[in-house]
Write a protein that binds this ligand. Structure first.
Ligand code: FES
Ligand code: FES
Length: 155
């Protein structure tokens, strides 16, 4: 089956079986391995991408349902010399302990910032991160990065 959508700012036509998951398609077919797969129970959030600007677990999405959507992966979010404000905040706040959960955390952070604005508090951030697992228990700096990133995104 075919689906046409925008991927990292460019038009894309996918021709896939109707059970192909977006996470597998991104990684295995397109080589966009910045989207990680950290579980098989849709709990970890490492696979988050932005769909029409909102973070979604790509392991829960069938490619064929994405016709007309706009998808952004971590590869399309910023560039090394022009990071997205949320990426820059993660770097500044030392929120990159493992690197494995990081792309999904950045995407979740963008969603939190867009929903709650620049004054979002730590309690709200922690609550909203319940769909993103940090297995090394390093949430402290991740929360700080999202708080800072939300303020920077507003500028
Ligand atoms: Fe999608 Fe874990 S791989 S939630
Ligand atoms: Fe990635 Fe903790 S920082 S699992």
């Amino acid at each position: 089956m075919k689906a046409q959508f925008t991927l990292n700012g460019e038009g894309h036509a996918a021709d896939v079986s109707d059970e192909t998951l977006l996470s597998d398609y991104l990684r295995d077919t397109l080589g966009l391995t910045g989207t990680h797969i950290g579980c098989d129970t849709s709990q970890c959030g490492a696979c988050n991408v932005l769909v029409d600007g909102a973070p979604v677990k790509s392991c829960t999405l069938l490619v064929v349902t994405l016709d007309g959507a706009s998808i952004t992966t971590i590869e399309g979010l910023g560039q090394p010399d022009a990071l997205h404000p949320m990426q820059a905040a993660f770097r500044r706040a030392h929120a990159l302990q493992c690197g494995f959960c990081t792309p999904g955390m950045v995407m979740a952070g963008i969603g939190i910032a867009r929903r709650h604005g620049p004054e979002v508090d730590d309690e709200t951030i922690r609550h909203e991160l319940e769909g993103n697992l940090c297995r090394c228990t390093g949430y402290q700096n991740i929360v700080a990065a999202i708080r800072e990133g939300a303020r920077e995104m507003e500028r």
